[in-house]
Design a protein around this ligand. Structure first.
Ligand SMILES: [Zn+2]
Length: 308
């Protein structure tokens, strides 16, 4: 299928075609004795992901595990649908996200407040998953991929309090979710993802340092795709966070309201990103995934509850 890309080591990138866009949100299939899907994409993407798995020879009873890096709807919105398509699969998620997958009502209510009418178009509705099928991860955990291969999970909050990174013991791939920001393969741009209400700079930087310490061979971004210059990319992730926080802090100390702070930070960071120089489509994708309003609001929210 044209939305499936082989990345080596039996890993396949699946373009989930989020909200009809290509190349903005990926799921990954690790194909072995115990096939594992990392990230489902949105609810509306679930049939597309299922077709991709079918094309890779994974039938309804073959999928062993579904794991999500965190429960934001672009990553986990399809969990309930995928769980229904694959009745043998265990659903794995950090313990702070588990109850929301079993009962999505609160998560959907807060998403509705953030996204309003755009919610249905962008994400659809997260369907509940039988709690008995959910395995909650603590600070670390393991997923059996078969043949001695494992995916180890590493708690990595900062972007979200229910975020984990996942390291493949065979390939050295690290699934970074959104903890290292949003990467645009077309331009090589990397922008932070600092939404409310969980963003915390120190915690986010600690998670990036943890990723570096795990010594991955390759980073697999949910937005979007593989990156092999690991150290340089993680350094850039940290630098991006510091720049956005410094600028937001400055806007705040000048007494700017949110709208003016967003305009100021957007303006002062624009030249860092090739995607914002030319083509409007890539700029639009960037804004959808790590929009300046969401990033600045998240940083403001953190500054408001951080003494000093
Ligand atoms: Zn995301």
């Amino acid at each position: 299928m044209d939305n499936v890309t082989a990345l080596g080591a039996d890993v396949y990138e699946i373009d989930t075609r989020m909200a009809g866009y290509s190349g903005i949100t990926a799921g990954y299939l690790i194909l072995g004795d115990r096939p594992c899907l990392v990230e489902t994409g949105t609810s509306t993407s679930a049939p597309i992901v299922r077709d991709a798995l079918t094309s890779l020879g994974v039938g309804p009873d073959d999928l062993a595990t579904v794991v999500v890096t965190h429960i934001h709807l672009d990553h986990a919105g399809g969990v309930g649908d995928i769980a229904r398509f694959y009745p043998s699969a265990e659903i794995v998620v950090h313990e702070k996200g588990a109850r929301h997958l079993a009962d999505p009502s609160r998560l959907m209510a807060s998403a509705k407040m953030v996204w309003g009418d755009k919610l249905d178009v962008l994400f659809g509705a997260l369907a509940p998953t039988d709690a008995a099928r959910i395995r909650a991860l603590g600070d670390t955990g393991n997923i059996d991929l078969g043949n001695g291969r494992t995916l180890s999970s590493h708690y990595s909050p900062g972007h979200a309090k229910h975020h984990v990174g996942l390291l493949d013991s065979l390939s050295g791939d690290l699934y970074v979710g959104d903890a290292a920001g949003v990467y645009l393969p077309e331009t090589g741009d990397l922008r932070p993802a600092t939404p409310p209400p969980d963003f915390d700079l120190g915690v986010a930087l600690d998670s990036i340092a943890l990723f570096d310490a795990l010594g991955p061979q390759r980073l697999l971004f949910s937005h979007y795709g593989p990156v092999t210059n690991v150290a340089e990319t993680l350094e850039r992730s940290a630098e991006e966070l510091r720049i956005w926080v410094d600028l937001t802090r400055q806007a705040r100390s000048e007494g700017l309201d949110l709208d003016h702070a967003v305009a100021m930070v957007r303006d002062r960071t624009r030249e860092r990103y090739a995607a914002l120089q030319g083509d409007e489509t890539t700029a639009e994708q960037f804004e959808l995934l790590s929009g300046a309003p969401s990033n600045v609001a998240g940083i403001m929210h953190w500054l408001d509850r951080t003494p000093g």
